[in-house]
Design a protein around this ligand. Structure first.
Ligand code: HEC
Ligand code: HEC
Ligand code: HEC
Length: 409
């Protein structure tokens, strides 16, 4: 009897510890029900409007991070050979940034500066045994030859007219000698890779340190009625983003700040506002020096992670480029004067001060910019697709050291 009683006790203890184990896991990956989150309104000033200083075109005909639209590969165009075109206009078009980046963003051609090398060297293409029809079609829609091409479908997506493509082909046919670089930096193969050497935590170097200070003040003023000290949240941000059952979506630090501040204090600190950035920087900086440790094991989080991973592969916008085209295939190469980083090390320094813009960007604004740069409509900052991309990027950077606020060119 006694033995059986003991066994029962052990069983109960075992069951208890098993469930409390699960509960701990749930706590690590999800917001607990005790965390108040306003759930009825967008976390931005609705309706969403793109930043006034950004390109304002509407690209709703093209796939973006939220919506996949058909973009059929065009049939091969039949042409009269030889192709006749205006060489001078072709040369002009190659450098025309109005195309959404210009050919120089990825290719080497003669007489130009600061070209990129995501694509191949075209300086001797005129000597290739390359039939003109293929050259035309490659520019019209490179997917005819390589369905996963990193070259935008210039003709098929209406960026360049067939007549203009003929001008470009006529110009390319004249290119017969290896490139000579006017200056050393013009050669992307030898151009020095930018290394960020500024001390991002030095207030004299990084203007975003003032935002960290503001974040600390706001915490004292607005949050300390319930949280005597923020010390408890050291180590909190390295586990973000995480799933919020009450919203049925993944929340990042910034959206959490908006929704928690609304729920507890009726403060409307919308995403990317000065106060939101300040508190987000403050809450993240509490974990500076700690390793990113997002837990994606539970089913909901794992599913969101997988969706984020898939989104990285999606061709988007009029330029038809996926995240991986620039940050994997194109990584460690030059897109014009910009050195493309890999997905590793991408996330540990957000929000980041951008010297070239004089602004602090949180991760969502960065994603919006990467969308607009391929001519895809960006999503509002609290979009769950961005949350899932952020979750994916953060989880694959587990182990990287949090270092906020960052500073970048
Ligand atoms: C985002 C980068 C990118 C841009 C911008 C770009 N290309 Fe390309 N291009 C590539 C890549 C990568 C290849 C290699 C083949 C492929 O992936 O389709 C290529 C290949 C080519 C080829 C070689 C085709 C062959 O016969 O092998 C030509 C010609 C070409 N590009 C012309 C252009 C022209 C003209 C423009 C501007 C209107 C342009 N490219 C803009 C990335 C780019
Ligand atoms: C009305 C009381 C109240 C106010 C005001 C308040 N909080 Fe909270 N907060 C809570 C409670 C309750 C929890 C859940 C239990 C806990 O973690 O202490 C919580 C949790 C949190 C968490 C952890 C969330 C998680 O993942 O578990 C953070 C971070 C936080 N609050 C930050 C803030 C910030 C920043 C402010 C000021 C804008 C703020 N809080 C204002 C009550 C409040
Ligand atoms: C046309 C190329 C291009 C595409 C496509 C693109 N990006 Fe970017 N991205 C850039 C450039 C250029 C930068 C700034 C230089 C750098 O850090 O790589 C950048 C920077 C970033 C950064 C910040 C890196 C850092 O260390 O500060 C993140 C994060 C990022 N991109 C994510 C994405 C995601 C996610 C997608 C897909 C939705 C995407 N990008 C699509 C060109 C691109």
């Amino acid at each position: 009897m006694l033995a059986i009683h003991h066994l029962k006790m052990y069983f109960v203890l075992f069951v208890l510890s098993y469930f409390s184990g699960i509960l701990n896991l749930v706590h690590a990956t999800e917001f607990a029900a005790t965390v108040q989150l306003e759930a009825s309104k967008p976390a931005y000033n609705s309706p969403w409007a793109r930043y006034a200083t950004w390109e304002q075109k509407n690209w709703d005909k093209y796939t973006n991070t939220a919506k996949e639209l058909p973009s059929p590969i065009s049939p091969k165009q039949k042409l009269e050979i030889p192709i006749v075109g205006d060489v001078a206009n072709g040369k002009k078009l190659i450098a025309d940034r109005k195309l959404g980046g210009s050919c120089l963003a990825c290719h080497l051609v003669p007489d130009e500066h600061l070209m990129g090398n995501v694509g191949i060297d075209l300086t001797e293409i005129g000597t290739w045994e390359n039939d003109e029809e293929r050259m035309f079609n490659h520019i019209y829609d490179s997917r005819i030859y390589n369905p996963n091409s990193v070259m935008p479908p210039w003709g098929a997506h209406g960026l360049i007219s067939p007549t203009e493509i003929k001008d470009i082909v006529a110009y390319l046919k004249t290119l017969k000698s290896p490139v000579e670089f006017a200056e050393a930096v013009d050669n992307p193969a030898n151009r020095p890779v930018p290394v960020e050497t500024r001390n991002n935590l030095d207030p004299f170097e990084n203007p975003a340190m003032a935002s960290l200070e503001l974040g600390e003040q706001l915490f004292q003023q607005q949050c300390s009625s319930c949280h005597q000290s923020a010390a408890k949240y050291k180590g909190w941000a390295v586990k973000m983003p995480k799933y919020a059952p009450s919203l049925q979506k993944v929340l990042g630090v910034e959206e959490f700040v908006t929704r928690h501040a609304r729920a507890t204090k009726q403060l409307n600190y919308v995403m990317q506002s000065k106060e939101n950035l300040a508190l987000a920087i403050y809450l993240r900086a509490l974990s500076n020096g700690e390793a990113i440790a997002v837990d994606v094991k539970d089913a909901k989080t794992q599913a969101a992670f997988k969706r984020g991973e898939t989104l990285m592969l999606r061709k988007q916008g009029q330029l038809n480029l996926a995240c991986v085209d620039c940050h994997q295939t194109g990584a460690n190469k030059w897109l014009r004067g910009q050195y493309l980083t890999t997905t590793k090390g991408m996330i540990d320094h957000f929000p980041t001060y951008r010297t070239s813009r004089g602004e602090i960007w949180d991760i969502r604004k960065r994603l919006q910019w990467c969308n607009v740069s391929v001519r895809a409509n960006e999503l509002p900052p609290d979009a769950s697709e961005y949350a899932e991309l952020e979750l994916y990027l953060t989880a694959i950077n587990n182990g990287q050291i949090m270092n906020v606020p960052g500073i970048r060119h």
